[in-house]
Design a binder for this molecule. Structure first.
Ligand code: F3S
Length: 428
């Protein structure tokens, strides 16, 4: 096989079958992938744990299941334990009879057998299904400078930007292959050069910008480039505490889904920006100024995909990416307060908050869990995108404060304050 990158003798031996035919194929795929992106060499994956994006047992994904079988039979297991994206199904999430039939009998009929394959391959445990694997309650938290083999876009951008780890925006399965070999091709966001900002974003708003809209605006402008954001520390501070991390989680997921951002730097806040300051900005960087009018313009331009634009929402999702423990508490307080103000006992629109199983477990130990339950809000570990990814949900008027969910489904975006208002007021 011909390739351009430089391999060590050991890597070359793996490629030539020293660890078996299956491992050779996995290595070959990684080398071809690296070559396509101009990688110069392979580097060791140095994080303790991996993370996989493919968590759902969709019936149509037959090639994935046979690939997993071949890997397991060939002894090509992940060298590191891994977490995985959220499950698509939860019996607690509202669904009508037809939806349940379609979900269980047709769409996700491979879920149980795929869960078993994941466990055989190296899944940490059955509580490790979440896109926010970096939450304290989940514990897959890479350290600064560690090299990762992940693909989930919201987790990659968080790990790169907030934690200072190094990971490319890999695709599903490629990330698994990196964890199997324990090496990834060296290019892009793994290199110092690739982590330089080619955009300066100047935040000049008169109030704290909504994380999901600011991220969306930046993502749509810079696409896959790296932005250096100035002026945001005025609103979210210079400490990476729980609130700021949750803000950056939501902001980053929007940059990564509304564009293809894999890394951002926030002046005076994120680790590399604190250490290196403006020397992170590449020469001739472009400038994007964001003020209140720009954010309003961006929100006003989101297309509404509902057939009946005046329809009463049938479902509301909050928690894409999954909510943190503190966000769950804040939302609980806000919903309780909002209902009281409007003289209601329960939310007027069926509402689902989503969070990691470990976060939910901790939340259930607090008095807030009973308060939230009383409001009628359902707490779940699913991925709302997976839930909506079918013809029945496409025609359903769903609302969300997630710009990622809006981008990939027919759900309609509202800011968090608007969502709160809608679900705690009498429905139209
Ligand atoms: Fe997470 Fe699913 Fe949203 S993986 S970021 S909840 S689309």
């Amino acid at each position: 096989m011909k390739y351009n990158m430089t391999l060590t003798a050991e890597e070359e031996a793996i490629l030539n079958g020293s660890q078996g035919e299956t491992m050779a194929k996995v290595m070959k795929t990684l080398v071809l992938y690296g070559d396509a992106f101009g990688a110069t060499k392979m580097v060791p994956v140095s994080s303790k744990m991996g993370h996989l994006v493919t968590s759902f047992g969709l019936k149509v994904m037959k090639p994935v299941y046979s690939l997993m079988d071949q890997l397991i039979e060939g002894g090509a297991l992940s060298k590191q334990k891994f977490s995985v994206d959220p499950k698509p199904l939860d019996p607690n999430v509202p669904a009508n009879f037809l939806q349940k039939l379609i979900f269980n009998k047709f769409m996700y009929s491979m879920q149980d057998s795929y869960d078993k394959q994941l466990a055989d391959m190296g899944l940490i445990d059955d509580k490790s299904y979440t896109c926010t694997c970096y939450m304290d309650e989940v514990g897959n938290i890479p350290e600064k400078g560690e090299i990762l083999s992940w693909a989930e876009s919201s987790a990659v951008v968080y790990a790169n930007s907030v934690l200072g780890a190094r990971c490319n925006r890999n695709s599903g399965i490629i990330e698994l292959f990196g964890s199997i070999v324990g090496k990834v091709p060296y290019f892009g966001l793994l290199t110092d050069e690739g982590r330089k900002a080619t955009w300066i974003v100047e935040v000049k708003t008169t109030k704290k910008p909504e994380a999901q809209i600011l991220g969306s605006a930046i993502g749509m402008k810079v696409m896959e480039d790296v932005p250096f954001v100035k002026g945001l520390d005025k609103w979210i501070g210079t400490e990476l505490d729980g609130d700021t991390k949750a803000y950056l989680k939501d902001f980053g997921a929007a940059t990564a889904s509304n564009g293809a951002v894999g890394l951002y730097h926030i002046e005076n806040l994120t680790p590399e920006a604190v250490e290196q300051g403006e020397s992170l900005v590449a020469e001739n960087a472009q400038v994007y100024v964001i003020d209140d009018a720009e954010l309003a313009r961006v929100q006003a331009n989101y297309p509404v995909m509902w057939k009946d634009k005046e329809a009463t929402p049938k479902l509301c999702f909050v928690g894409c990416p999954h909510l943190s423990h503190a966000q769950l508490i804040e939302w609980t307080d806000n919903v309780v307060e909002g209902l009281k103000k409007n003289g209601l006992k329960k939310v007027s629109i069926p509402t689902v908050f989503t969070a990691a199983p470990g976060v939910i477990e901790e939340f259930e130990k607090t008095p807030y869990a009973a308060k939230l339950k009383e409001t009628g809000v359902v707490l779940s570990y699913i991925c709302p995108l997976m839930y909506m990814n079918n013809p029945l949900c496409k025609s359903m008027p769903v609302i969300t404060n997630s710009n990622k969910l809006r981008t990939y489904t027919t759900s309609r975006y509202y800011r968090s304050d608007e969502i709160l208002d809608i679900i705690t007021k009498e429905a139209k």
